[in-house]
Ligand binder design. Structure first.
Ligand code: ZN
Ligand code: ZN
Length: 344
């Protein structure tokens, strides 16, 4: 039996109401560490207890291989939160990556015990975290990108690189982490001696992927320290020339942080220039897609006419339709189990 005080039980509607009424500011931040963690369930419960007392929201994965956390902390609790983190040996002085653009990122705290903190589906004999790619600072990454033979690889899914990426980067056409490593291995076949420059959102995906590629015979694997988030800060605050163009996709309610004003993608409905990710307004769909302002008005923030029409029905009518399996299929044709997907 789950202990109700260790899990969120409020509805999304209530949580969003409460968030609106908050009179203080929040900080969005992410951190990860590959470190052996034992007694996972009690560790998870302890974190939930400590963090919910400080009104922390976010999405956190813990596993035997480490922790990956994206959180939102009330500004006035930041000091206490940091102190709490430091009481745990595995979290002591963990490097934090603050958001490039603030905004309401999360509205509840979810902490999950997982097999891996990044879901590559790797066996432990396929990599060795004692050997990871060389960490490059944003400035070093810029110089390395300028070397003509270096190969820049985006370690994210297609819907992320679609709205923003480094100039000249290989951006694999995959939708899940599980597909990513086999696809990149295929793309980099024969390049084992080349200088490989990897990047992802905050660094957690490159850390493990770099280890996998070293294990597979690659000799010169490098990774961007702190990922695009850290790079974005250097561009904004330290006059670094941005070789990243567009937006940094993020997995919270903000959906993206702008790094440069370039818009490199198109509306999935009319084809016009847009990099505005939308979560389809139909609760039975929730597909993630790119929609321009005009189409957003036209389709009421829905991905299709079907979703828009379904959304306009009364709650009773929706319920009846949901009971009929054939109707549900047509009304939710694009839905996937809550995972972001693109309309194709
Ligand atoms: Zn459009
Ligand atoms: Zn939809």
């Amino acid at each position: 039996m789950k202990n109700p005080s260790l899990y969120n039980e409020k509805s999304k509607k209530d949580l969003l109401e409460e968030l609106k009424l908050e009179s203080f500011k929040r900080l969005t931040c992410s951190f990860y560490r590959y470190v052996s963690i034992v007694n996972l369930n009690s560790f998870r419960d302890l974190l939930y207890e400590e963090w919910s007392a400080l009104k922390i929201f976010g999405r956190v994965y813990v596993s035997n291989e480490g922790i990956n956390a994206q959180i939102s902390c009330p500004q006035h609790n930041w000091k206490s939160y940091n102190e709490k983190l430091n009481t745990h040996r595995v979290l002591k002085d963990i490097p934090k990556n603050f958001a490039v653009e603030e905004g309401n990122s999360f509205h509840k705290l979810v902490i999950k015990v997982k097999d891996e903190i990044v879901a590559y589906g790797l066996n432990t004999n396929e990599y060795d975290m004692n050997f990871v790619g060389k960490h490059l600072s944003p400035r070093e990454f810029n110089s390395a990108m300028n070397r003509p033979k270096s190969i820049i690889v985006d370690m994210r899914n297609y819907y992320e690189s679609e709205v923003g990426k480094f100039k000249g980067a290989i951006a694999p056409s995959v939708e899940t982490s599980r597909e990513l490593l086999p696809e990149i291995k295929r793309l980099l076949k024969g390049k084992e001696e080349s200088e490989i420059l990897m990047y992802c959102t905050g660094g957690v995906r490159c850390e493990k992927a770099s280890s996998f590629f070293i294990h597979n015979g690659f000799k010169n694997i490098n990774q961007l320290t702190g990922g695009i988030i850290n790079y974005g800060h250097q561009v904004r605050n330290n006059n670094l020339e941005s070789q990243f163009i567009g937006k940094n996709f993020v997995f919270d309610a903000r959906l993206g942080e702008r790094i440069t004003d370039d818009v490199i993608s198109n509306c999935h409905q009319c084809g016009g220039t847009s990099d505005n990710h939308i979560d389809c307004n139909n609760d039975a769909c929730h597909i993630l897609f790119i929609q321009c302002y005009k189409c957003s008005k036209k389709y009421d923030q829905c991905c299709s006419i079907e979703c828009m029409e379904f959304n306009r029905l009364s709650e009773d009518e929706k319920r009846t339709l949901r009971k009929d399996p054939d109707q549900v299929v047509s009304m939710t044709r694009n839905s996937t189990s809550g995972k972001p997907r693109l309309i194709t």
